[in-house]
Design a protein around this ligand. Sequence first.
Ligand code: PRX
Length: 630
Amino acid sequence: MSDRLHTLSGYFHEYQKSVAQPEEFWARIADSFHWKKRWSKVLQWNFEEPDVRWFVDGKLNITENIFEKNLYTLGDRPAIIWEPNESHEEVRTLTYRELFVEVCRFANALLSKGIGKGDRVIIYMPMVPEAAIAMLACARIGAIHSVVFAGFSSSSLADRIQDCQAKAILTADGNYRGSKKITVKGIVDEALEKVSVETVIVYRRTGQETFMQSGRDFWWNEVLEGQSEFHKAAEMDSEDLLFILYTSGSTGKPKGVVHTTGGYMVYTKYSFENVFQYCPGDVYWCTADIGWITGHSYIVYGPLLAGATTLMFEGIPTYPHPGRFWEVVEKHQVNVFYTAPTAIRALQAFGTEPIEKYNLSSLKVLGSVGEPINEEAWHWYHTHIGKGKCPIVDTWWQTETGGIMISPLAGITPTKPAYATLPLPGIQLSIVDADGKELHGNSVEGNLCINFPWPSMIRTTYGDHDRCKQTYFSTYKNKYFTGDGVKRDHDGYYRILGRVDDVINVSGHRLGTAEVENAINEHPKVIESAVVGYPHEVKGQGIYAYVICDMSNRSEENLIQEIKETVSKIIGPIAKPDKIQLVPGLPKTRSGKIMRRILRKIAEGSLDAMGDISTLLDPEVVEKIKAGRK
Ligand code: PRX
């Protein structure tokens, strides 16, 4: 039985079934996978704790469902096509059979270094096929991977190593990003001055001079020497941890979102096939980095479980020219293209000339992810990239949801610009007001919640279950709270309005305002700071920081520069504030709480509509901040 939807009426029919009989619905989908032992119970759940278990007692290995299950039929099909940073450098293509051999060899190499089931392994790597091989090899032996985006600083990396008590780090000597050659191992070394791991395995990408600590650091090719091309997959419980992925929240410290094996496997394949309507032989390209959940679910696991050909791109959209994406589409005859609104807006700024040089007729489906796509960008994408004939799937989801929750099904669900449209079958949404009252019917607006479990949902935050409970399951009783505002229009279509908590979304990257403030406050001259998001033409949201500083012996210009560098060093360049305003004070209530509402208004330039400021300790400070607005 195929779990693929083909028509709109089929979608509505399946949706009804998924709500009326969720266990039957998911059991049918899960039955198309290879289980070493079938589950005894489809679902056991309780949102109070929360305690959610899918396919209870089921035994499996996710990589067997990528390889062994498909090898006879897919062996010679390309699994990964790798397009390097430089277009003249050689493309690498790994068939399913070749990828399987590489995964097995690396799995054996990990075992030979004493890494095994349950160990945490940090992957801090550029966009090379070895990054995917590393993830799959961990899954093969039952080690828990935690990929850290290679743009994060040494101190962010150290925090993550510490939090998950990693045993090993898989990394590379360096990374090519556009015209830059970036040291990667050097950052790992800096992190390892603060925390320690037993083993570091280093892939040679740039060939730059690299420090190797004897007994701890090993070259990738050397650990592979003599390793067998077969590894018998470890038997995993459905609820064994597959990976941890750190993401920002409203408090200072990023949290380790935990995903488990069985449910994540079922949901990523199911959502991949249905949303993109992937057809065998299509070339699929998701431009995300594997350091984010999009890379996990829709570069690696979802596509490979579906036997797809997934393209991995090492470079950036504008190097060596702003037509690079379209050059790659033509070169590899890409059929499905999935990117972020921020990339679309950045490329839109170059006009249509860079597009016209390339033949984009292979494209069938376009996707968008990571942040709300504005109508202008949607139309530009539809007209100039899709030539008016490709459906756009605006996919709403989160690190915590593991897979796409709300999205059109390509070519099936009628689209509406800037709308993520309808939930996938199996996803039971609700909209609640501030008091938690569910708003029924259409034409309503409120906070987006999910009422019922789905297989790829977050299970816990690593090492701190209470944080998971407080963040997602305590705001509204018996509901998972997403942190997003949403509108359901007169057609019942969903439009995501953005975060309602202290999380900002910069170029599709999630950052907590408190996290950025903590980094700013590390500068010795900083007394206090407050960070808010503001609308940014390309990035979606920009970071606006209001900072109280000790100005002695420093010029304003120098201080601002130094603060930016501090943030870059502590978190990474993605968190560098776009605007820093040095202020004499912050708008605080008598109880000392910063009124961010006011700071947001000033940052976005709505200077007249301050609302009630009478409860402020010092209302005059507002005028002073307004006068110095950047
Ligand atoms: O605010 C929503 C926004 O990104 C947040 C999740 O961020 P992250 O966990 O980093 O995952 C990003 C990739 C899935 C959400 O809470 N977001 C994601 N997709 C959309 C979106 N906002 C609007 N429309 C989307 N399609």
